[in-house]
Design a protein around this ligand. Structure first.
Ligand code: NDP
Length: 341
């Protein structure tokens, strides 16, 4: 069984790669932007013969996936589309975030329909950002579930990178569902919609310097000082990367069960203070990092929209990792790499 995985260098995608290879059942063709990155990743996976790469430089090109699908399409059983920009360091919200997300989704889905006749299932890494816009998620009178959609407009989205990112994920996922209907896709489709993803990097070598966007929130506090304030800017849901990876693999193992489903990957709610509270329980960090107002966010869930993802939990059938474990594991890896354990 062969899986085409786009954006294989990604924080989440590397965990998916590890999990798929460990089953011994899958070969992976990963799309990657350069030979240099491919060499480094292959080496991390001990040059596993089941792992190969194709070069896709920029998913914003509508034909970005055509060559690799023309070449490998006949042997592809599954597609996982994970490549999409996730950072807020942009100059042009539309060009840097929205266009690659939307065009990337359309490009890989069309290539799948056209060139992969044996495809059984397509999984897209969407986001909780496609379920609720940032402002509505802070409205405690609202409830979101697997049927909910971010209804934010393009005009509002292009005003700032955060709303732009939320919109990019919404339009990217909508594109997939729309094309599945229009092109009468003969394979199953699942969207995985994670909230903030935390947890260790797949390889220790990546747990240094600036981390991926979501883990950088934790990294920032690991490197904070006792006098730093803990602001209330971040509030939302979290999920461990290892759970997110499992949610991508599950539909490959049971296509009919997961066909047409959106999986809201959210373990519970948290705020910046919750992160700091967990970090201050780690002996190597206690007294050395920001403290804030301990337990200020213990009831943060009541300040935010309610998330009902019972359907997702039932479909997946495993317990989501706790905040304490995901934050602790993230921090311990950083400390280990820095020789501070
Ligand atoms: P990363 O930034 O680690 O991974 C992003 C991946 O997409 C990388 O492989 C990157 O390649 C690739 N990519 C980005 N832009 C382009 C482009 N224009 N052309 C080709 N490849 C591109 O982030 P994550 O692993 O966290 O994110 C993976 C997916 O998960 C994304 O779709 C993201 O939206 C989604 N997600 C993430 C959440 C989180 O909290 N982490 C939460 C919800 C959803 P390169 O490394 O070469 O830049």
């Amino acid at each position: 069984q062969t899986v085409f995985l786009s954006g294989i260098t990604g924080y989440i995608a590397q965990h998916i790669t590890k999990d798929l290879l460990e089953t011994g059942k899958f070969k992976i063709i990963g799309s990657i932007r350069s030979e240099e990155k491919a060499k480094a990743l292959a080496a991390n996976f001990n040059n596993n013969a089941d792992l190969s790469f194709v070069y896709v430089k920029d998913v914003a090109d509508p034909a970005a996936f055509d060559e690799s699908f023309k070449e490998h399409g006949a042997k592809i059983d599954y597609v996982i589309h994970s490549a999409s920009p996730f950072h807020f360091n942009v100059t042009d919200v539309n060009k840097d975030l929205i266009v690659p997300a939307e065009i990337g989704s359309a490009g890989i889905f069309k290539a799948s329909v056209k060139y992969a006749p044996n495809l059984k299932h397509f999984v897209v890494t969407s986001s909780y950002a496609a379920v609720s816009d940032a402002a509505s998620d802070l409205d405690s009178s609202k409830t979101f579930n697997e049927e909910s959609w971010n209804t934010g407009s393009f005009e509002d989205a292009i005003k700032n990178p955060v709303d732009g990112y939320y919109y990019s994920k919404t339009v990217a996922e909508k594109t997939i569902w729309k094309l599945a209907k229009e092109l009468d896709a003969k394979f199953g489709v699942t969207a995985v919609n994670p909230s903030f993803v935390f947890g260790p990097q797949c390889f220790d070598s990546a747990a240094t310097g600036t981390l991926n966007t979501s883990c950088e929130f934790i990294n920032g506090f690991v490197h904070s000082s006792p006098t730093d304030e803990v602001n209330g800017t971040i509030k939302g849901g979290f999920i461990d990367v290892r759970d997110v990876s499992k949610a991508h693999v599950a539909p490959l193992l049971n296509s009919s069960k997961f066909n047409g489903q959106r999986l809201i990957m959210s373990s519970a709610r948290f705020g910046n203070q919750s992160l700091v509270d967990v970090l201050n329980e780690i002996p190597q960090l206690k007294g050395k990092i920001a403290v804030g107002t301990p337990h200020r966010d213990d009831n943060v869930a009541s300040e935010l929209a309610a998330v009902n993802n019972d359907k997702t939990k039932e479909l997946l059938g495993f317990e989501f990792t706790s905040l304490k474990k995901t934050v602790t594991d993230t921090a311990l890896q950083i400390l280990k790499v820095e020789g501070k354990l």
